[in-house]
Ligand binder design. Structure first.
Ligand code: F6P
Length: 546
């Protein structure tokens, strides 16, 4: 990386921001009739429209210069070829190898990992087919009708998000369920709907030590053993992990263990055996389409010039918002109900990857890093929090996701209304409504001057609020693969510019350590050295327990 060039471009971007001054996105559209085509980029049927962000051609040129000063292409190639870029854990970062075609080559420590990836995928597919067809049954000979994935974080969010997103493809397989929280309510609510003789549990955990997952797995095991006997356990469990020893110790048969590798980060693992719950639900063919969509985006990321490279541009515009405009949050607003868990999935992908405060070399970062990522599907969000996005004092850039075609046919105007709302929101956020325009509307409604003066300011929309629209044909397995990979590479791009490690997650450790110290305390033991608040809360909670 060229530090001095990067610093110079950073200053140029600061100066450029000053120069943009009061120019609004509305002004930028007025000045350039080709703005939409200049700022929209395609990948097959996917169109990503950046034109409603307050960026000019000069802004993009400077941001691309910044990316080059940070050697984005070199960093990207290092990741794809298996260099140990996760330096704090000494690991390669190769989720891209999980979706690479069988004849490709990716070397880790001199060994091509692609044959292993495909061998494991074949084992998963064979198992999925046997469960789906009824060739593999429960201990009583009943067909498996319900599959419960027990996992948390990256071992839950991917398959859970995917199963919901792709439910139209889950037509002839068992029903998928997901239990993640150690709160017994999660497991209990799921089990209350299930019949043990027809239920398969997938214990998904990279480490196979995560307390939530292991606690839930043991409860599920007791549930099976209690109703079908201890000998039935083997027929009702499978495991997905990198920790074969711990899986064996739990008592899951070798032929029901599916592996992945330490070069797959938890939040990047839905492409691996961690996707088994999704594979069983939608079938191997659809899962292969999902992988193909991810690979398509990988090819785009490695071979498209930065100027048209969609994930790079997504990342750079995010840098502009976060570091130069000072926007602290980023909303993900799918106008696609089945992407209901996509914002939560992206929260882990983005915030666990880029919520960092030191550079790769351990020195403190000198600029803000990852934003707060959140969102809900439209149109529901419009009737809840969009008020703040339109008129609140914080500017929150948002991604709007919309399909041209729904899966549902014969439902009248539903999709047209959905689409109109999506487009209207981004138009309103960009365009806004001035005081003069607001007063004009009120006048046309026949209000008197006093009322107009009173209501006018409340009806003003500042506009100039940035949005990106991702428009695609239909939420197919391939499309979901593309979406996930686009955001993965966006997050990667931003991590490179911030000079941080996007692939570790030390920030989750302290809470885990303190929870194990507090467990005996909440169970009744006395422990010295608690802070007064924690001590007081423990005492209060204990006093309320019957
Ligand atoms: O929350 C921390 C974390 O390590 C995540 O990165 C990971 O996805 C999750 O816990 C679950 O970990 P495991 O798959 O090892 O159970």
């Amino acid at each position: 990386m060229d530090h001095s060039q990067a610093a110079t471009v950073w200053q140029d971007l600061e100066a450029h921001k000053q120069k943009l001054g009061a120019t609004t996105t509305r002004d930028l559209f007025a000045a350039d009739p080709d703005r939409f085509s200049k700022f929209s980029f395609s990948l097959d049927d996917v169109l990503v429209d950046f034109s409603k962000n307050r960026v000019s051609e000069e802004t993009l040129a400077l941001l691309l210069k910044l990316a080059r000063a940070h050697c984005i292409e070199t960093r990207r190639d290092e990741m794809f070829r298996g260099d140990a870029i996760n330096t704090t854990e000494g690991r390669s970062v190769l989720h891209t190898a999980l979706r690479a075609p069988a004849d490709s080559q990716v070397l880790v420590d001199g060994k091509n990992v692609v044959p292993d990836v495909h061998a494991e995928l074949d084992l998963c597919f064979a198992f999925a087919n046997k469960i789906r067809s009824g060739e593999l049954r429960g201990a009583t000979g009943d067909k498996i009708t319900d599959v419960v994935n027990i996992g948390i974080g990256g071992s839950d969010l991917g398959p859970a998000m995917g199963a919901r997103a792709l439910s139209p493809y889950a037509v002839d397989g068992p029903r998928p369920h997901f239990v993640s929280n150690v709160d017994g309510a999660d497991m209990s609510d799921v089990l209350s709907r299930l019949d043990p003789s027809r239920t398969l549990f997938l214990v998904s955990s990279k480490t196979f030590t995560t307390i939530e997952t292991m606690t839930n797995a043991h409860s599920a095991r007791q549930w099976i053993a209690k109703s079908l006997g201890e000998t039935a356990v083997g027929d009702h469990f499978a495991a997905i992990s990198t920790n074969i020893v711990a899986v064996e110790a739990f008592g899951i048969n070798k032929d029901r263990m599916f592996r992945f590798w330490d070069w797959v980060g938890g939040r990047y693992s839905m492409w691996s055996a961690i996707g088994l719950g999704l594979m069983i639900a939608i079938g191997p063919e659809n899962f292969s389409e999902f992988l193909a969509g991810g690979h398509e985006v990988d090819r785009h990321f490695v071979s498209t010039p930065l100027e048209q490279n969609i994930p790079v541009l997504m990342g750079l515009i995010g840098i502009w918002h976060r570091n130069f405009m000072g926007y602290a949050a980023h909303a993900v607003l799918p106008y696609d109900q089945r992407l209901g868990r996509f914002p939560a999935y992206l929260q882990q992908l983005d915030m666990e990857s880029n919520g960092k405060r030191v550079h790769l070399d351990g020195t403190p970062v000198t600029s803000d890093t990852g934003p707060l990522v959140w969102g809900e599907p439209g149109t529901n969000g419009q009737h809840a929090f969009y008020q703040l996005i339109h008129q609140g004092t914080s500017v929150i850039p948002g991604d709007f996701l919309i399909a041209a075609e729904p899966h549902e046919t014969g439902m009248g105007d539903h999709h047209a209304i959905l689409m109109a709302n999506c487009l209207a929101q981004t138009e309103a956020l960009m365009h806004g409504r001035s005081l003069e325009e607001a007063k004009g509307v009120l006048k046309a409604q026949g209000l008197d001057d006093k009322k107009i003066d009173l209501l006018g300011p409340h009806k003003v929309f500042p506009g100039n609020r940035p949005t990106t629209t991702i428009a695609y044909r239909k939420l197919t397995p391939r499309m979901l693969g593309r979406l996930v990979a686009l955001y993965e590479h966006k997050v990667f791009t931003q991590g490179v510019i911030w000079g941080i490690n996007s692939f570790d997650q030390w920030g989750v450790e302290l809470g885990k350590e303190l929870a194990s110290r507090l467990l005996p305390v909440v169970k009744g033991a006395n422990v010295e050295g608690l802070d007064a608040s924690t001590k007081g809360l423990v005492a209060h909670l204990k006093s309320l327990r019957s």
